[in-house]
Design a protein around this ligand. Structure first.
Ligand code: HEC
Length: 108
């Protein structure tokens, strides 16, 4: 009987976690290879494409949530060159918002 209750509790938690977007996990999966786990962009890929240091408050403040969301969803290009490809097809709006929210926590 006790075992059954534990099973139900465990299942219940699993469903809750699956339902909420986990910004940290999504960041690691989709963003960290360029921007780095800490947002500094000191990765091979990040150096190659020229990412900014998002632990820097000035860099963060130069880009508000609406613009950040749009750039991630629709992609970002400069002088006709793609800097960041669009994530809108792979990720839901909610997931994109969660990664942007996570990015904000990397500001030092
Ligand atoms: C292929 C490498 C790459 C990946 C993967 C990547 N980015 Fe970027 N990102 C860039 C580059 C390059 C820029 C432009 C320079 C900068 O602002 O750092 C950029 C810019 C940004 C900006 C600033 C946009 C603006 O309008 O100023 C945000 C916010 C951002 N990325 C978030 C993310 C998030 C969230 C993810 C994961 C869903 C992600 N990036 C994945 C390369 C990447």
């Amino acid at each position: 009987m006790k075992k059954n209750i534990l099973m139900i509790l465990a299942l219940g938690c699993g469903i809750t976690f699956a339902g909420a977007a986990d910004g940290n996990a999504l960041w690691s999966e989709h963003c960290a290879n360029c921007h780095g786990k800490d947002g500094r962009g000191e990765t091979k890929m990040g150096q190659k494409v020229g990412v900014k240091d998002y632990s820097d408050a000035k860099v963060q403040d130069a880009c508000d949530d609406a613009k950040a969301f749009k750039s991630v969803k629709e992609g970002l290009s400069e002088d006709g060159k793609t800097k960041m490809r669009p994530f809108g097809e792979k990720m839901s709006d909610e997931d994109i918002k969660a990664t942007v929210a996570y990015l904000r926590t990397l500001k030092k």
